[in-house]
Design a protein around this ligand. Structure first.
Ligand SMILES: Cc1cc2nc3c(=O)[nH]c(=O)nc-3n(C[C@H](O)[C@H](O)[C@H](O)COP(=O)(O)OP(=O)(O)OC[C@H]3O[C@@H](n4cnc5c(N)ncnc54)[C@H](O)[C@@H]3O)c2cc1C
Length: 456
């Protein structure tokens, strides 16, 4: 039997693989390309639940509309009219502080104007203006307390709980905020760096969180619609040959001139380790379960995105999304919807609870913060099988490894969950970079990390 041959094979039909395929097809509509996907559906970590009129998410709830590559993707797919927007400027966000919900500003620098910090704490935050950058690998907590003082830690904690479901005592600043760290190193202070770099920016618009009427999975289904995807097919190994690459897929070979590994970092490391030994074989992942609760209209859900609880509050839930307010039509008329996030690296033991116990504990916890009826009218626990990769100790070495292996092996291109970053916009950006490199047939140039604005 002949071995099937392609110009490009992409491993993974999650957002990264599908975006890479999209950008490749845009540059070369005739490209002979195949996407190989382990599961029986496209979308990977992005999956929406529609049940009894409620709409919830297994993973991502949305992304900010401030990244060019994602806007390009939406435009190309003709989806701009389908987008639902929740502008950050209008939507409040809360922190759980001393057992109560307290509104926080959307952007960290404005904390200084709020009454969330005492006067001496505010002065210490401004200490960033003269604190010298410290070198060497540092955790987010070490870095933030050096630059801004310890009072800022609960806010740093929720910023990273809301994105990584991770631990600021383990996540590394140079890996999770390389752009901000560059500003600090270049200008000697984060504040100075932000002000100087913003002067050059035409727009200082506060972005909106976006999703779709049918949830985030809608985007992935649209992306997958015109692609050739081989489902229930796992890439087990890749081998470089004179003609290009041979992939072992479900025990059978597929030949391709070039390959894009668009897999979560742990899956990629497993395959790549046969080519070149990585500095570490895997990274830790944070699994987050979503307790979806629907209520009648006696629930008093504050207007806004939701709240996050820092570790110091010692609560059952990491936070709660006030989904009923975020986007329209998430619940039947007259009903309410919240989504309670449980687990993460903070409380992996909570993930072992059965559904009834998890719902009970989540309801008890959140019921102390907002007024909820005793019983929900709808409940569902969503338990994603994959987690959020954590950019912890040694992550910069993993990025150097990624660069080295792509240089060493012609026609090998890598993007995906947990390398440079973890968010949707980053995935789309990295996928475009990988697609362009695969199109040109050379490894991607290293890009200077951008200083992304941080929002709670
Ligand atoms: C709980 C959670 C909440 C999140 N919330 C947000 C959010 O609100 N906003 C945001 O911007 N981002 C969020 N994210 C991150 C976002 O979901 C990811 O950035 C994105 O889904 C990653 O896409 P990916 O394609 O790189 O990886 P994945 O989505 O994991 O897709 C990888 C695909 O590869 C397949 N695969 C794996 N191994 C193989 C193999 N050997 N062979 C073939 N196929 C294989 C998998 O089946 C999967 O389909 C969240 C993630 C999680 C888990």
């Amino acid at each position: 039997m002949n071995t099937p041959e392609f110009d490009i094979v992409i491993a993974g039909a999650g957002l990264s693989g599908l975006s890479a395929a999209h950008f490749l097809k845009k540059r070369n509509p005739d490209v002979n390309m195949l996407i190989v996907e382990k599961s029986d559906r496209p979308g990977g970590a992005i999956r929406s639940l529609k049940k009894q009129g409620f709409l919830a998410e297994w993973g991502a709830h949305g992304f900010l509309d401030n990244v060019e590559e994602s806007r390009e993707l939406l435009n190309d797919l003709g989806l701009t009219d389908y987008v639902q927007k929740a502008p950050l400027k209008q939507f409040k966000r809360y922190i759980c502080k001393n057992g109560k919900l307290v509104q926080i500003p959307q952007s960290p620098p404005t904390i200084i104007k709020s009454d969330l910090l005492s006067f001496p704490e505010k002065l210490r935050v401004l200490g960033d203006l003269w604190k010298k950058p410290i070198t060497g690998e540092q955790t987010v907590a070490q870095w933030a307390s050096h630059r801004f003082g310890k009072a800022i830690l609960p806010f740093a904690d929720i910023a990273l709980t809301g994105t990584y479901a991770g631990d600021i005592d383990e996540l590394r600043i140079d890996a999770v905020m390389p752009g901000i760290r560059n500003l600090e190193k270049t200008y000697g202070s984060v504040f100075k760096g932000v002000i100087k770099s913003r002067k050059n920016k035409a727009s200082r618009r506060m972005p909106s969180m976006i999703s779709f009427e049918d949830g985030m999975e809608f985007l992935l289904k649209r992306l997958a619609a015109d692609k050739t995807i081989q489902y229930k097919s796992s890439v087990e190994a890749v081998k470089k040959t004179e003609k290009g690459w041979v992939l072992q897929v479900n025990g059978k070979p597929i030949q391709s001139k070039r390959i894009i590994l668009a897999l979560p970092i742990n899956g990629a490391l497993k395959i790549l380790s046969e080519l070149l030994k990585p500095p570490q074989s895997s990274v830790r992942e944070a699994i987050v379960n979503n307790v979806v609760l629907g209520f009648d209209n006696s629930a008093e859900i504050p207007f806004g995105f939701g709240y996050l609880a820092p570790k110091i509050e010692n609560r059952f839930a990491l936070g709660t999304l006030f989904s009923i307010h975020m986007f329209p039509k998430r619940a039947p008329a007259g009903f309410n919807l919240i989504e309670i996030l449980v687990g993460g690296t903070r409380n992996p033991e909570h993930l072992t609870l059965d559904d009834d116990e998890m719902v009970k504990r989540a309801l008890e916890d959140v019921g102390k913060l907002i007024k909820l009826p005793d019983k929900p009218v709808f409940s569902k626990v969503l338990r994603p099988s994959s987690g959020i990769p954590q950019l912890e100790k040694g992550h910069l070495q993993l990025l150097a490894y990624k660069e080295q292996i792509q240089k060493q092996y012609d026609g090998l291109h890598i993007c995906g969950f947990g390398w440079e970053a973890i968010g949707i916009n980053d995935m789309v950006k990295q996928a475009k970079t990988a697609a362009n490199a695969a199109f040109k047939g050379r490894s991607a140039d290293r890009q200077d990390p951008e200083a992304k604005p941080v929002y709670f």
